[in-house]
Write a protein that binds this ligand. Structure first.
Ligand SMILES: C[S@@+](CC[C@H](N)C(=O)[O-])C[C@H]1O[C@@H](n2cnc3c(N)ncnc32)[C@H](O)[C@@H]1O
Length: 269
């Protein structure tokens, strides 16, 4: 297969010219992504309320999560492979340093931040390939300080209303590609993961899940049928009940055994 017709890798997927602007546009206005982001902010504040120290946002993209949390932490760093995304992040963050790093090629342990109290990784794991997911969980887990937490989300929960909608979507897409004889692009077949699958990745990486939050119970595009006030009331009720069938899941994890600081500082093998 030539480089031209192979399926793009997730690592390359946010690098095209103007991609940062296109990504940001999803969060402009009061559409689904903006609404969901307000729920994520509420949950994040709850999760990090007693957290301070060293923070890293992995796959920080345009700095959405990093800029929201940076003021609460002593030090903060954003890591991403895409120069386009980092360019937008640079306009947004006020005190974080930003590093262009490809997790698959560069080792993160030379960076002076091997004892992180908090790592976030949003909208990364769902669309990353299996080997990238495994590498990322192992690497991020090894960068956590004893007692440090990795907080990440999955924006396609298999056990949510999104799943039947995705089945329908995939059915129509497959038909279209079969008839038009075209190769599906990376986002053509929307992925999903179950909580159980995520817990298996965590176990393999020596991480344990401390708590799980779910949100965005009313999936896209149905959410737009509800006025924002009513949508928010339903979502808040279901989030507070800690039900787990929302379209999105947030996992809060720690290392299973923290080991000695020396082992943590040694970084990923
Ligand atoms: C969907 S964006 C998420 C951005 C941000 N976390 C957010 O939630 O708005 C996923 C990001 O992962 C980054 N990424 C993908 N593969 C990567 C890799 N191997 N190393 C570092 N970053 C990577 C992409 O460049 C992209 O900016």
């Amino acid at each position: 297969m030539t480089a031209l017709n192979r399926k793009p890798l997730y690592t390359e997927s946010h690098s095209g010219s103007g991609y940062g602007d296109r990504y940001e546009a999803q969060y402009a206005g009061s559409g689904f992504h903006s609404r969901v982001w307000t729920l994520e902010q509420q949950i994040l504040l709850q999760v990090v309320k007693a957290t301070s120290g060293a923070y890293m946002d992995f796959a920080c993209g345009t700095g959405r999560v990093l800029s929201f949390l940076e003021a609460r932490m002593q030090t903060s760093t954003g890591i991403d492979v895409s120069a386009e995304m980092l360019q937008k992040a640079r306009q947004r963050v006020t005190r974080s340093r930003l590093l262009q790093v490809n997790l698959l090629e560069e080792n993160l342990d030379p960076l002076p931040m091997a004892c992180l109290d908090l790592i976030t990784a949003f909208r990364f794991f769902l669309n990353a390939e299996d080997d990238l997911r495994r590498t990322a969980f192992a690497c991020l887990g090894s960068l956590l300080a004893p007692g440090g937490r990795l907080v990440f989300n999955i924006h396609g929960n298999k056990l949510s209303l999104r799943a039947p909608l995705v089945l329908l979507y995939n059915g129509f897409k497959s038909l279209y590609y079969a008839v038009a004889k075209r190769q599906p692009g990376i986002f053509s077949f929307r992925r999903h993961l179950s909580r159980r699958q995520v817990l298996a990745y965590l176990k393999e990486a020596g991480l344990v899940c401390e708590s799980t939050y779910s949100y965005a119970f009313i999936p896209y595009p149905l959410a737009s049928l509800f006025p924002e006030r009513i949508w928010r009331a339903i979502e808040t009720l279901l989030v507070n009940k800690r039900l787990l069938f929302g379209t999105h899941l947030i996992f809060v994890c720690r290392r299973a055994s923290t080991g000695s600081s020396a082992a943590v500082l040694a970084g990923p093998q």
